[in-house]
Ligand binder design. Structure first.
Ligand code: PHE
Length: 498
């Protein structure tokens, strides 16, 4: 025999108390001491699937009173009230016009038709009753009884006069028809053969407490299966914005990987944002249409020693053996104020301030680019940046670090492909597999000597920069980047917990 749940055991045991009976819902609720009919329905279905219980469904039509019907139940049908009114009037006052004064227009209008059909004639505006009104009275009495037989609770259509049902159905809002399905349950031969002694309910453990473990009680108990598919209410309390949760999660991952967090200002010079990274001054990304330059202050000071070093490396390659970009390095261009276009400015500045210290640092910060807003672009977004600066820093170390990070984020499939950045060699693109497709999430590489030599470091530097919003779209399963920042509480509440 299959393992039955507690509800099935209880229902089967109750039914075995009267093995031949046909059980109604109410009888089963009482016998099982349940209040929720879902228990009967659920356990009954499970027992039915095991072949122990047969379920019979009977669909019946219930007639209930509509709005006008309930009025008729309390005050009488319209035709009865009109008829009573006519009887109460002196012979010469039984006129449609006087009736209109005593009844609502919505009643006097249809009322005339109803009276005519009862055999009350209308002559020159006055109602004329037949000599013998007993027939009318009988009809009205039958109708009244019909309405009363439906009553407040309704009645089974089968038990009502079918001509009356048809007649009243053609009138508005007097009766309503509802279909209901009633089920009955009875034991099958297999069900009748079950030994009631085998049907004791077992304590089911939902939460294992320390007390239970100490007492040994759990040895006798049954563990309730945890049903992850069961719908559960989502608590609508406060929660951090999903982006904040994601940032927090990324931060924890890098911290647990031994990295230290760094920060930096939004406002930077073109010198630190670009020239220190050996980005040529003619690079298209430096143009006004791509970068937000400041009007005030249009320029910011930079120490001459940096300008000298960058000029040397940009024009002639400095001491790196490279030929540089040639041309004339424009020191004024380097002083231009801008909103940082990538967080690589933070890591390069970090190195410049402590070129002889080994470090593993990361930062998560906002960057700014002149982008038209669409489903995959925002003019303000975030990057996750980091470097490893130490004597043995290497390309495999860089790739492993990135793979480890994404694996911890829940994306174990990561690959790197060759790419180009002016400041790294080799340069990589990082791709993550998501729902079967490879998505590009960031860039990485080893800083070129043209970057590290002016900074004064001799060790290799592994560097990377990844898009946070892109990652957020994967984690939160959305295809429009703008949704992340729309203040739609309903949507934000329903986003996955990160
Ligand atoms: N700064 C690059 C970007 O904005 C990413 C990057 C960082 C690439 C560090 C290489 C090294 O896309």
């Amino acid at each position: 025999m299959v393992e039955l749940g507690n509800n099935e055991r209880r229902m089967l045991r109750a039914m075995l108390g009267d093995p031949q009976a046909i059980w109604s819902l109410d009888q089963l609720l009482e016998a099982c001491e349940w209040v929720d009919q879902a228990h009967v329905a659920g356990a009954g279905l499970a027992l039915n699937e095991e072949g122990m219980v047969e379920i019979e469904e009977v669909t019946s039509r219930m007639i209930t009173l509509g709005e006008e019907g309930r009025k008729a139940l309390n005050d009488g049908l319209l035709e009865s009230r009109l008829f009573a009114w006519i009887l109460n009037q002196p012979d010469d006052q039984r006129m449609v016009s006087t009736m209109s004064q005593s009844f609502e227009k919505s009643e006097s209008g249809p009322g005339v038709g109803l009276l005519k059909r009862l055999g009350i004639a209308l002559e020159r505006g006055s109602f004329v009753l037949p000599n013998d009104t007993s027939e009318i009275e009988t009809i009205l009495e039958d109708r009244k009884e019909f309405i009363q037989s439906i009553g407040e609770n309704g009645a089974d259509e089968d038990k009502l006069d079918s001509d009356m049902v048809v007649a009243f159905r053609s009138r508005k809002r007097i009766i309503e028809t509802n279909e209901t399905t009633t089920r009955t349950w009875r034991l099958s031969a297999d069900g009748r053969n079950v030994n009631p002694g085998s049907l004791t309910e077992k304590t089911q453990i939902v939460d294992l407490t320390p007390e239970m473990l100490q007492s040994d009680d759990w040895r006798e108990a049954e563990f309730k299966r945890y049903d992850v598919d069961l719908p559960a209410p989502t608590p609508a309390g406060g929660r951090p914005h999903p982006m904040q949760s994601l940032i927090q999660r990324i931060r924890s991952i890098f911290l647990e990987m031994g990295f230290t967090e760094i920060e930096g200002d939004f406002v930077r010079t073109a010198g630190w944002n670009m020239d220190s990274l050996f980005i040529p001054q003619t690079h298209p990304a430096r143009a006004m249409q791509d970068t937000f330059y400041l009007e005030d202050p249009g320029k910011l000071p930079i120490e001459d020693r940096w300008l000298d070093l960058w000029a040397d490396v940009h024009e002639k390659g400095g001491g790196t053996g490279s030929t540089g970009w040639g041309g004339n390095f424009d020191r004024e261009e380097a002083k231009k104020g801008l909103l940082r276009t990538h967080t690589t400015v933070n890591t390069v500045k970090h190195l410049a301030d402590r070129p002889n210290e080994a470090c593993r640092v990361f930062g998560i910060g906002r960057v700014f680019r002149q982008e038209a807003i669409d489903k995959s672009h925002l003019p303000e977004f975030h990057q996750i940046e980091g470097i490893i600066h130490e004597p043995d820093a290497s390309l495999p170390m860089l790739v492993t670090t990135l793979k480890t990070f994404y694996a911890k984020m829940g994306y174990p499939d990561v690959r790197v492909r060759p790419a180009y950045f002016p400041y790294t060699e080799p340069s990589l693109e990082i791709e993550v597999k998501w729902r079967g497709i490879w998505l590009e999430l960031g860039g990485a590489g080893i800083f070129r000597p043209e970057v590290t030599e002016p900074l004064g470091t001799e060790w290799p530097v592994c560097a990377w920069g990844m898009g946070l919003e892109r990652l957020a779209m994967l984690v939160l399963g959305m295809d429009d980047i703008r949704e992340l920042y729309q203040p739609d509480l309903l949507k934000l509440r329903s986003m996955p917990i990160i």
